[in-house]
Design a binder for this molecule. Structure first.
Ligand code: GRF
Length: 192
């Protein structure tokens, strides 16, 4: 079973999944491997990590396509080439068209840095702090056509501490993302 991971930046969630797969021997025990890491940004730092791990990488620059539909069609082709059992969005900062989401329905997941359904969209940490939340967290969910909604697969909660900034809270949440994402990806693939 192949996993294809999509990133746009640091790719720390992708790295956490790659490390878990290696440390827990997903390939030997479950026949699960990370087949490719794709990005819409050549500068994505996560690409270097993937290449060091010997994982196939590919960059599709969304600015090189005439429309969102054209980019998504090219992205879908690049993904299909790896015969994915699961497509993992990990810090992938593109809104995907309904046609793309439909094509991968049931095998497309994302991680969002809030306790969904609270705080869909961007700037989740600052918004939680501004709202006076005592807790924040992250959510792994199935991707549907509506942004940051979809069946919840896993969550983790962290305290919002006095004096927290968006940066300090983001770091605390990110550490939990690295715990729940590998766990949720494996669970999703083992259920199939
Ligand atoms: C994380 O906050 C994640 O929740 C969001 O993108 C941010 C960066 O993730 N999806 P990564 O370090 O690129 O995996």
């Amino acid at each position: 079973k192949n996993i294809v991971i999509l990133i746009s930046g640091g790719g720390s969630n992708m790295a956490a999944i790659v490390r878990a797969a290696r440390q827990q021997d997903w390939a030997g025990r479950h026949g699960i491997r990370v087949a490719a890491v794709l990005s819409n940004r050549e500068a994505a730092a996560g690409l270097a990590f993937a290449r060091e791990q010997g994982i196939a990488t590919e960059v599709l620059d969304h600015k090189a396509y005439p429309s969102r539909e054209a980019f998504d069609a090219a992205l879908a082709q690049a993904i299909i080439a790896h015969d994915p059992a699961l497509v993992v969005l990990a810090g992938f900062m593109r809104i995907l068209t309904p046609a793309f989401v439909e094509r991968f329905a049931g095998r497309l997941v994302n991680i969002h840095p809030s306790l969904l359904p609270a705080f869909t969209g961007l700037d989740t940490h600052q918004r939680a702090i501004d709202a006076g939340c005592r807790f924040a967290g992250c959510t792994v969910h199935e991707v549907t056509a509506e942004l940051d909604v979809g069946p919840i697969l896993d969550q983790a909660v962290v305290p919002v501490l006095p004096g927290d900034t968006a940066q300090t809270l983001a770091a605390r949440v990110l550490a939990q993302e690295h715990v729940i994402y590998p766990r949720a990806v494996l669970a999703h693939l083992l259920q199939k």
